[in-house]
Design a binder for this molecule. Structure first.
Ligand SMILES: Nc1nc2c(c(=O)[nH]1)N[C@H]1C(S)=C(S)[C@@H](COP(=O)(O)O)O[C@H]1N2
Ligand SMILES: [Mo]
Length: 212
């Protein structure tokens, strides 16, 4: 599908394509999250990269700092692990790999925790964080994100179930071992591959998650 539109990762919007097993297509874009929608306060807001960085200390960006970084466009579907798939989202933002280049992880880093407002976290294998379609999105279909969809910044990990795509993103923690995030501690699968229907933690196999 790639190459339909120059510079767009993921192909043409609305081209017919399959969705993962057990999912149902929904019209529009439902809102799904736990807890209240945070308010954006630019003067207090930053995005932090911390934990096991190569440099030994962390880095922080204001929202304005982020706007001057290179941006990418990714077209992808969003699969909620409870069943709905909304299709053909056009995301615009900063590639996760760009962040990684600016604040490299220490050699032993295997996982990251994507931290959002109110302590929400989603853990990812480093390799899942660094795919070419993983991004920190500021815009959707040409408009800034709405508050309920993660304004001003959300992670988008298109190849995994939606709970890995943390809205209201505030930090990336580099980790030298795996640790469960918010939904991963509450019965959802540690890895979350929708094509393998990795929905629930009881389906996990040896090695899929941190030792209990
Ligand atoms: N901060 C935060 N991000 C979150 C969640 C949440 O509870 N808190 N829920 C996740 C889940 S389960 C899904 S399916 C997607 C839904 O994104 P949407 O509301 O933009 O459709 O957001 C994810 N990001
Ligand atoms: Mo979800």
């Amino acid at each position: 599908m790639a190459g339909d539109r120059p510079g767009v990762i993921g192909g043409a919007p609305s081209a017919p394509h399959p969705i993962p097993p057990g999912q149902r297509r929904v019209q529009g874009w439902p809102v799904s999250h736990y807890g209240p929608v945070p308010r954006f306060r630019p003067e207090r807001w930053d995005l932090r990269v911390f934990g096991a960085t190569a440099a030994g200390d962390g880095r922080a960006w204001s929202f304005d700092d982020l706007t001057v970084l290179p941006h990418i466009t990714v077209v992808a579907d969003l699969h909620c692990a409870t069943g709905p798939t909304s299709t053909d989202h056009e995301w615009y933002g900063i590639a996760a790999t760009t962040l990684l280049d600016l604040a490299p992880p220490a050699p032993g880093v295997t996982h990251v925790m994507a931290w959002a407002e109110y302590g929400y976290g989603a853990n990812l294998r480093l390799a899942d964080f660094t795919t070419e379609q993983t991004l920190l999105a500021t815009h959707h279909n040409g408009e800034p994100l709405t508050a309920e969809h993660g304004f001003p910044l959300r992670l988008v990990v298109p190849h995994l179930y939606g709970y890995k795509s943390a809205k209201w993103l505030r930090g990336i923690e580099y980790m030298t071992e795996d640790r469960r995030g918010f939904w991963e501690e509450r019965g959802y699968h540690n890895l979350a591959d929708p094509w393998k229907e990795q929905r629930y933690s009881h389906q996990e196999q040896q090695g899929d998650g941190p030792a209990a």
